[in-house]
Structure formats: C-alpha cells, structure tokens
Design a protein around this ligand. Sequence first.
Ligand code: PMP
Length: 429
Amino acid sequence: MSELLARHRAVMPSWLALYYETPIEIVSGKGNRVVDADGNTYLDFFAGIVTNMIGYDVAEVRDAVEAQLARGVVHTSTLYLLRGQVELAEKIARLSGIPDAKVFFTNSGTEANETALLLATHARGSDQVLAMRNSYHGRSYGTIAVTGNRGWKNSSLSPLNVHYLHGTDRAHPAFAHLSDAEYVDVCVADLREVLSTTAPDVACLIAEPIQGVGGFAMPPDGLYAAYKEVLDEQGILFVSDEVQTGWGRTGTSFWGIGNHGVTPDMMTFAKGLGNGFAVGGLVARGDLMDALPANGVSTFGGNPVATAAANAVLDYVLDHDLQANAARLGPVVLERLAPLTGLSTVGAVRGRGLMFAVDMVDPASGAPSPTLAAAVLEKTRELGLLVGKGGLHGHTLRMAPPLTLTAEEAEEGAGILVEAVTSVDSTAA
Ligand code: PMP
C-alpha cells in the first residue's frame, strides 16, 4: 500500500471509495490527459462529467482565475454585488429557454437539487415528489430522498414523500419486447396510476434526462414530453437535473431535456461548468425563484473565483461550438464500440453525444457482472485510459470524455476500450 493510501485510510471515511486495486494519485493534467504520481499518462474518458468538461490546464480558464485571484478576492459576502455572478446568471438564463428565468448559484449539484426541491415543495405547498427509479441526485437529506439508486442510499430517513416512476428501465426484460411508443404508453399509465394514489398537490417530478450514476440509462426521446402533458394537467412542476447532460454533451441538444422537446420549470447544474472549480446552481422560472420566502440552501455559492472560471468555461463551450464536437465525435466512438455487443460478456453498448456505456454481464447467466466491469476498469488503466463505473449493479462502464475531445483521441480511447473489454472477455468467456 502506498504511503498516501495508508494515510487516506487512516483519516478519511471508509465509505469514500477509491477506484482501482492500486488507487491513482493524479498530479497534473494538460489537454484531455492526466499524469499520475508515478509518471503514467492517461487519456481521460471520465473527466467530462466528474470535473473537467473542457480538459485540463485551459489557458482561458487559468487566465480568468488568476486575474480574479490577483484582485485579492476569493469571496465576499453575497450581501454585496458580484459582477461575475450576474454575468454568468444572464448567460445561463438566456441559454435555459425558461421564460423569465432566474439563477441561484451553489457549490455543488447536491445543493442545487436541494434548492430545487425547496422551491418546488414551497410553491406547491406539498412534500410529495415524483422521482425516477435508479436515479441519483445527491446525498443530502432532500436529495437522497429522491435518489432511487439503492447503492447510494446513505439514509432511509426522508423529509419528502417520494413516489418512484418507471421510465429509465427501458432495457429491463419486462419491457424489452415493447416498441419505444408502447414503452412510453406503459410509463405514462404508471405515472397516472401513481397520481391516482397521491394527494392532488404533488410538488414536482425531478429527473435526469440520461441517468448518470445509474449507468447512462436512456429513456426514449418522447418520454418526458408524454410525462409533462400529464404533469401539466395538475400543475406539477418539472425539474431537470442537468448535472451530467447539460452544456451540449448529448450533441443533439444543449440541455439533455431538450432532446425530449421539453422546457422544464427548473434545471440544475454543477460539476463540469467550473471545470474543476466548485460551482453549481439552479435556473428556474422567475416566479418560482422569487416566491421562496428566504435564501436558498447556502450563502456561500458562486464565489468570484469559481464564477470567473465558469464564465470562461461557458464562453469556451459556446465559442468553440463544443456541442457540435459532441455531435460529430459521439457517433465515431459508438461505431467503434458497437461490435462489442457480439461478445458474450457484453450485455449492451449505448451512447448519445459524448456519453457512452458498456454493460458487462456474466457469459453463462447473462446477469449483470460488477466483477467483469471492475476487471475492464483495471485493464483500461493499464492501457492508459480512465473510464468510470456505474449502473444499478455496478456493472456498467461509463465514458464521458471532455467536450474538447479530438478525432484522434476519440479513436484512441474507443480502441483502448475495445481492447480492454475483448481481453477481459477472452479470459471470462
Ligand atoms: N445530480 C447528478 C445527476 C449527479 O450525477 C450528481 C453527482 N454525481 C449530483 C446531482 C450531485 O452533485 P455533487 O456531487 O456536485 O453534489
């Protein structure tokens, strides 16, 4: 065990899981690659959602952050005007498509979702909330209550009365024989049935357009539009959690929910926007935002350094049309990965824009195999590629490279993944 790992184990919580049998310490990064403490370089196919949406050491972001630091102010009270916050809010409000949108900044996605739940429950005067099975929205009291993914439940105590919906389990054997349209009908019937058992004042539905931690489960495009029609009948609000799907990642739309033709009442975001700096937030209809009687969940969000970074990141995404890059390179990677479905250890391969997933299954039983997924994770590391894991059973490999991915890197990363999965398959099958 490395000296740092031993110290980590001694003073950090045991539930702070680390990837890899021998965890990596990343010490530097440039472009879409990082270097570990042993001098190994990795192409980063996980950075896009976790931290670095536009890669590492981006001059524009560094300059913006350094300029702010040089002014000597990392944060002031939000009781004073903060120019960077206002500018960032204006951009996000405009991009959101939400009428009369207003923006509140937080330090994380969890706080953003907590604020969304606060707004929705307040506006509707109800503690009833709809969420999707297998979802992930954070681990504070409110957000864990709407997190359906059992593997992440850190508490069963709930301040909310939550009802879970189908809709992101398209691949479940029970639904596999249905067409997309039939599946959407089943899900809408499920929603109507749930609503027939609730009081008529359900606050909101909170949903990830593509489930991130849940293994990039992708509902058919029409699903949320069909849900919205039903929700609108009762004035139930729609919150789209865009932490993993925003900023053009899906290629076909700037926001994940745009793929469903839905303009939600609120959207939450975090992570990638700061390219590593802690910033998140909520963009919501102005009337909902303004109706809250007091402040959002924290006084500390959107500090001048983080918003300087976020402004630079967002400008970079727009100036370089990285949504178009996701639309162009996503299909390239997916095409390279597609033949993996022929292997007996691969249950499915799917992707949209720069989000890809490979489900690993036991070759004999076809059951989800977290063990094989872990083996692929180790192998990709050995071959110089960082990828993520997820899914209901921890059997899904998740890839979300930075939006700045180049065509060569797309080929390289997909090639390594194919090699890693094929190698694990040849020993397992
Ligand atoms: N929502 C989604 C969809 C997420 O993937 C995450 C983080 N994995 C969160 C919310 C929580 O964000 P954070 O970790 O920044 O609090």
